[in-house]
Design a protein around this ligand. Structure first.
Ligand SMILES: Nc1nc2c(c(=O)[nH]1)N[C@H]1C(S)=C(S)[C@@H](COP(=O)(O)OP(=O)(O)OC[C@H]3O[C@@H](n4cnc5c(=O)[nH]c(N)nc54)[C@H](O)[C@@H]3O)O[C@H]1N2
Ligand SMILES: Nc1nc2c(c(=O)[nH]1)N[C@H]1C(S)=C(S)[C@@H](COP(=O)(O)OP(=O)(O)OC[C@H]3O[C@@H](n4cnc5c(=O)[nH]c(N)nc54)[C@H](O)[C@@H]3O)O[C@H]1N2
Ligand SMILES: [Mo]
Length: 791
């Protein structure tokens, strides 16, 4: 337990290397074999990080990265245009909302890296594919594949030579069209979306799938916040958070569960620092004390930067056991209820009576859950849980925010519902400074759902789509990510289309997922960069290169823009301003329209007409999607517009018409003797399956990704030394085992019985059957493993 109030002396982050010659960068040349990261440039190092988050360490890392990507000329200019009201492009990184005052230089280290990675001057042209066979490329590391630069023209796999060869757009569309037309049923195709896709392309994409006749619309959200959406839907009647940045600015208490904000939502650091400065209390709940739970140097505050002045970002850190959040939340609720016996203000009775159902059952459940059980399951002492409960009880306005540490569990839905339960007790909903605030992942993953990427669409949505678009959408639910992998494996799905992303590596059970993709008749990947999913392909395969978000999108009616929705339901325009990486790229809406026309030659939908002018797509969306009325005008307002959130207005679209308390039993998350609970997570220097380097600055790691963070006592018990080689074995629900060999163990401040390492490499350990029965989400944060010294 660390109580970081009044914490450590700070110093500048000085242990950074100087910029390197880009050509000498080992990752710039073909690496030494598969694996996500670049070839190691030096031996692994581990030194606990003792500096504030962001600040100069981040600035240096950015300049090194810009140098390496040779984007020093365009990079800074583009970055100044990012996330600006009126006329910038939306950062293609995370989904944290833009600064509402529009004043700040609203950028972060990782957003800059992300944009630069897209704007690189390196290219993967036809010569590259002519020089390297698919078999040869399969031996390259994932870093080296992406690091070749931007894809430039459509390519088709030639099985005769084992090379990708150029194909014209028209022929590519016809190939897909004929494959789709030739299926016995449209349900033999599955259409994946990665959360980068803009709203307009998203709307056309789901329209095409439904006009074809399938709801097989898996997306990255199935692996990400599916649990959050389902829980919020059940508790509040809409599957989104209710708060916005203004609420973050007025909350008295912030509870941050299972987020590594300094790496994955760095702009949250600013909100945390501001909250701390105005006296709000911040409680971090995470098995690891991540960098955002210490101090930060606010990146855009140049005075702070100059003076190395940092601001605390935490009042209390609770190192919960992996999977123990629900028990902790239950403990906090129990404490609030106990206090209400003597203090009438502990509960908001009026709110509970007017707006909720199920309170008495929930109270009884909390009373019936013994403290011993809560302590055992959370891995925290009662007195520590009471500290968090006190912060909650003393605050008038509380926000609870969470990310994958909460959702990627068997009981992710129950845990998010427990978050809502706790909020309801004190009426922390529907008023300023209070409410649930999930931190979404990809920049437009929330917009994808809003605009129809949903394998379980609501009837009301389909009714309206049918009426507005004149189609007859299928009513049967479709396949999600897990379902799609199973169906490709069994042969039930024969055509896979990936609209962005890197399905082969992002999905669980790498070898099973790869075999499933290889079992398809046709795989189509719409991408900006070369990745593993291009090499793990069906009998026929296409790579379709598209414009990135930073690039100008010319269509018949002029330069087009696209809209996105952030974590807090703000919809705004993103306008690309760079010359496209190649003249042969197409925009995502144009690619969807091309596929749709080829697959549906008689379609009455005016696909080509839509692509000429995206305002036309938006006009249709305005009729088809609730909350998008007057879309074209409102999206052009300086900050865009906020989609109305009924729960925020205390309107609950639940069966009871009220917010519903849930009463789930606590799950048993205590690892069996000899086993550990392993969480897979991101390093500081990666974007999902895109790995920029082998470093993880805030966790003190250099030149190493094949690692596992462990409690020192757990290492001692097993005879494992510092950075000692280990073998990791996971055991799935069905008893099957999976292995990783020769990983290095790092002694880390993590609760006993818990371990952590990096995705996507560790997807090898995640069995396909290990998905939540509540959300079908793969259980990526609680893999049951044994760890032994390497044989
Ligand atoms: N730079 C960068 N930004 C990103 C991404 C990226 O890869 N790189 N990815 C984007 C995407 S798609 C997403 S979904 C988000 C992901 O953002 P995060 O959710 O921050 O992603 P992870 O790295 O998986 O980190 C999970 C955190 O949960 C903690 N954790 C693990 N198990 C538990 C648990 O049982 N309980 C609690 N309370 N905590 C736990 C881990 O210690 C870690 O701090 O970030 C987005 N932003
Ligand atoms: N074990 C484990 N596995 C996980 C997770 C975990 O925590 N643990 N997290 C899960 C989560 S939260 C997520 S969201 C998924 C991520 O899954 P995905 O979204 O499928 O994967 P990404 O790595 O984000 O995709 C990177 C690729 O997207 C393409 N791309 C980049 N920009 C664009 C663009 O503008 N348009 C198009 N069409 N393509 C583009 C590039 O070719 C790049 O190679 O991974 C999941 N997998
Ligand atoms: Mo995600």
């Amino acid at each position: 337990m660390v109580d970081v109030e009044g914490s450590r002396v700070l110093s500048a982050d000085t242990d950074e290397q100087q910029p390197r010659d880009p050509e000498a960068e080992p990752g710039a040349k073909p690496g030494t074999g598969p694996g996500a990261g670049p070839a190691p440039e030096a031996g692994p190092e581990f030194r606990p990080y003792r500096h504030p988050a962001a600040g100069w360490g981040a600035a240096k890392s950015v300049s090194r990265f810009l140098l390496r990507e040779r984007a020093l000329v365009d990079g800074p200019r583009a970055i100044m245009r990012m996330n600006h009201e009126n006329g910038g492009f939306d950062c293609p990184g995370c989904a944290w909302p833009d600064d509402i005052k529009g004043l700040h230089l609203d950028i972060c280290e990782n957003g800059i890296k992300h944009v630069t990675w897209e704007m690189t001057r390196k290219r993967v042209g036809r010569e590259f594919f002519a020089a390297h066979s698919v078999t040869e490329l399969s031996g390259w590391s994932d870093h080296d594949l992406e690091n070749q630069g931007r894809l430039t023209e459509p390519m088709v796999y030639d099985p005769g030579t084992d090379h990708y060869v150029p194909i014209g757009w028209k022929d590519a569309f016809e190939l897909i069209g004929s494959a789709l037309r030739g299926l016995d049923s449209p349900d033999q195709a599955s259409f994946y979306t990665s959360g980068r896709l803009g709203n307009e392309a998203t709307f056309l994409y789901q329209l095409m799938a439904r006009e074809l006749g399938t709801n097989n619309l898996p997306d990255c959200s199935n692996m990400c916040h599916e649990a959050s959406g389902r829980a919020l839907q059940a508790s509040l009647g809409t599957g989104k958070g209710t708060v916005d940045l203004k609420d973050w600015e007025t909350a008295d208490a912030l509870f941050i569960l299972g987020v590594n904000a300094a790496s994955n939502a760095p702009r949250m650091l600013t909100a945390l620092a501001e909250a701390h400065s105005r006296g709000a209390r911040i409680v971090h709940i995470n098995p690891l004390v991540e960098a955002a739970a210490t101090r930060t140097i606010v990146p855009h505050d140049f005075l702070d930067m100059a003076l190395f002045k940092s601001t605390p970002t935490s009042s209390l850190n609770l190192q919960v056991r992996i999977g123990g959040d629900m028990a902790l939340l239950r403990g906090m609720a129990k404490a609030v209820l106990e206090r209400s016996a003597t203090e009438s203000k502990a509960l908001d009775r009026e709110f509970i009576d007017r707006h909720t159902v199920g309170f008495e059952d929930y109270r009884a459940l909390c009373e019936a859950t013994p403290w011993e059980e809560i302590e055992r399951q959370s891995g925290l002492s009662r007195s520590d849980i009471l500290k968090a409960a006190r912060v909650y009880g003393q605050a008038d306005r509380s926000i609870i925010s969470w990310c994958l540490g909460v959702s990627q569990h068997e009981h992710g839905v129950d845990t998010v519902r427990e978050i809502v339960n706790l909020l309801l007790l004190r009426g922390n909903l529907g008023r300023e400074g209070a409410g649930p605030s999930p931190v979404r992942g990809h920049s437009n993953v929330q917009g994808n759902r809003t605009c129809g990427i949903d394998h379980r669409p609501a009837d009301a949505f389909l009714d309206r789509l049918a009426e507005v678009c004149g189609i007859e959408p299928p009513r049967e639910h479709g396949l999600d990510t897990i379902g799609t992998i199973e169906a490709m494996r069994s042969g039930a799905v024969k055509v896979f289309v990936g609209m962005g992303g890197n399905f082969a590596l992002a999905a669980p059970d790498t070898s099973v997922t790869c075999a499933a993709l290889r079992n398809c008749d046709l795989t189509v990947q719409v991408s900006t960069k070369l990745n593993r999913s291009h090499l793990v392909h069906g009998r026929r395969a296409l790579i379709l290169p598209c414009l990135g978000r930073t690039e100008k999108d010319h269509q018949r009616a002029g330069v087009q823009n696209t809209s996105v929705e952030d974590s807090m339901s703000m919809v705004h325009l993103s306008i690309g301003m760079k010359r496209p990486a190649s003249p042969h790229l197409m925009s995502e809406p144009a690619i969807v329209a091309g596929i749709a026309r080829a697959a549906l030659p008689d379609s009455a939908t005016r696909w080509e007409w839509y692509v000429e002018d995206y305002d036309r797509i938006r006009d249709t969306m305005a009729q088809a999607l609730p909350g998008f009325e007057d879309f074209n005008r409102r999206v052009r307002l300086p900050l865009g517009f906020r989609i109305k959130q009924p729960a925020r207005e205390l309107v609950f679209l639940t069966p009871s018409g009220r917010a519903e308390f849930s009463t789930a039993a606590l799950p048993d998350v205590v690892p069996a003797p000899g086993t550990l609970a392993l969480g897979t997570m991101r390093s500081h220097d990666q974007w999902n399956t895109t790995v920029y380097s082998d470093d993880d600055r805030y966790r003190g790691v250099k030149n190493l990704r094949t690692l596992v963070f462990m409690n020192r006592a757990d290492m001692r018990d097993r005879g494992i030394g510092d950075l000692g080689p280990v073998d990791i074995t996971s055991t799935a629900k069905d008893g099957s085992r999976r292995h990783l060999h020769g990983y290095l163990a790092i002694p880390y401040d993590i609760p006993r019985g818990c371990a952590a390492g990096y995705m996507p490499e560790m997807n090898v350990l995640c069995a396909l059957v290990d998905h939540s029965t509540q959300s079908d989400q793969p259980i990526m944060k609680h893999v049951k493993v044994t760890i032994e010294p390497a044989a």
